[in-house]
Design a protein around this ligand. Structure first.
Ligand SMILES: Cc1cc2nc3c(=O)[nH]c(=O)nc-3n(C[C@H](O)[C@H](O)[C@H](O)COP(=O)(O)OP(=O)(O)OC[C@H]3O[C@@H](n4cnc5c(N)ncnc54)[C@H](O)[C@@H]3O)c2cc1C
Length: 400
């Protein structure tokens, strides 16, 4: 059996891609190859569950365009497939005077990205939206929503099966060789043959990319763990919807925030600390070869030099619940350490180039026999149908 397309990775991006391909061309033979015993086990299953509006991203960037297009497609998908979601809106809150210009810039950017209804609000209005939140200035973003991306990804998977695609769990891709225009994809169980490979391997996308083309040596995935606390049930009243801080412009993550989850509960986090293993969800999980590779990567050394101060703060908050609570108290002063219980963690796949740039935008690279999704961090879950549509279009050109 020679498949037309093998998609490596059963996360939300790989599944969205498979679904989009089959929607346009049901005759294409697809295999989704996933190493775990279930779909969406990694980034997709451990994220904040926010349907991002497109507020933060540079106008015209792939993040901005795919987030906004993906947002609308996702909402429509949830409606037709009856997947529970909610458009809750969110507030972004400056807690210190010096953050006010940053908040103003953020608002400008949101408006440039076409977010109608996003506006500066008074402190009285802030109290109406979030009665327990403290700030010196705030904006309200009405478009933001919440959903359980695990459920969304499983629904994409079901669509693939309905359209005749195949999904193989427990098949870890180990090696790819090309002969006579066919990719021979060796996995832990069997060898697949496919005309085109689409790599959506998330935390291992750089490794899989190198299996498709050994010359792809200019990016490395740096894993950043994001740890969460949860509000105790009896304290959930402190957060009505979503409360975000003004992001630190010197750091590529959004800062710890409060999120009401669609599956229930309120999460506080995530922070961002270097994971000592790509799928290292606990501080104790270390993979020496993976860690050594990260530390030796010239780009990482430059990132560490650039962000060491913020990085140490994040690390300190990772080990000290008191320090984590203090960061949260900036937004909700009455929160106490005893109001928080452990909430698990997710690991972000963040691509880093050799010269020390954390890739800010989504990155998709095409070669003769493969399409590699090399960087799909947040808001890739929100954007999944748009990214999937773009990759599907690229893929189908190979079969025109
Ligand atoms: C803490 C956190 C919070 C986030 N919050 C949000 C949010 O609120 N909103 C939002 O839009 N985005 C958010 N994101 C980002 C979003 O979750 C990711 O961008 C998205 O899930 C990426 O999907 P993916 O399919 O590329 O990766 P993944 O979901 O990681 O899937 C990749 C898959 O590839 C498989 N794989 C890897 N190597 C191999 C191999 N060799 N063989 C076979 N299979 C392999 C893995 O097992 C995995 O299932 C967040 C991410 C994190 C970590």
């Amino acid at each position: 059996m020679v498949y037309d397309i093998a998609i490596i990775g059963g996360g939300i991006v790989g599944l969205a891609t498979g679904m989009k391909i089959l929607k346009n061309r049901p005759d294409i033979k697809i295999a989704v190859i996933e190493k775990e015993n279930q779909l969406a086990k990694h980034q997709t299953g451990n994220n904040s569950g926010v349907i991002h509006s497109g507020l933060y991203y540079k106008p015209g960037s792939l993040k901005a365009t795919n987030c906004i297009r993906g947002y609308h497609e996702l909402v429509e998908f949830c409606e037709t497939e009856k997947i529970p979601y909610e458009i809750t809106g969110k507030v972004v809150v400056a807690t210190r005077e010096e953050q006010k210009p940053l908040l103003e810039n953020l608002l400008k950017r949101g408006l440039e990205n076409g977010l109608t209804g996003t506006r500066a609000i008074t402190l009285e209005e802030l109290k109406e939206y979030e009665p327990h939140c403290h700030g010196v200035a705030a904006i309200h973003v009405p478009q933001t929503g919440i959903v359980d991306y695990h459920q969304v990804a499983l629904a994409y998977g079901r669509k693939i099966i309905q359209k005749g695609g195949e999904i193989f769990l427990n098949h870890k891709v180990l090696e790819i060789n090309q002969r006579n225009s066919i990719n021979y994809i060796e996995t832990s169980k069997k060898t697949f043959e496919a005309k085109l490979v689409i790599n959506c391997a998330g935390l291992y996308s750089d490794k899989v990319a190198r299996l498709t083309d050994s010359s792809i040596e200019d990016v490395k995935i740096i894993p950043f763990r994001g740890e969460y606390y949860k509000l105790k049930k009896e304290k959930e009243y402190l957060v009505k919807n979503l409360i975000y801080p003004v992001p630190d412009p010197n750091f590529p993550f959004l800062g710890v925030h409060f999120t009401r989850m669609k599956k229930g509960g309120v999460e506080a986090g995530p922070n961002a600390v270097l994971a000592f293993r790509r799928e290292g969800y606990k501080k104790s999980q270390i993979n020496i070869p993976e860690l050594a590779e990260t530390l030796a990567w010239p780009g990482f050394q430059k990132v560490a030099a650039k962000y060491w101060k913020t990085g140490f703060g994040e690390l300190y908050r990772s080990f000290s619940k008191a320090a984590f609570t203090k960061a949260l108290q900036e937004l909700i002063p009455e929160i106490q350490e005893s109001d928080l219980v452990d909430g698990g963690a997710g690991v972000r796949a963040q691509a880093c180039d050799r010269s020390g740039g954390l890739l800010d935008d989504f990155a998709i690279r095409e070669s003769q026999f493969a399409i590699n999704v090399l960087n799909a961090p947040s808001p890739a879950a929100t954007s999944s149908l748009s990214i999937g549509g773009t990759v599907a279009e690229m893929a189908l050109k190979h079969f025109d």
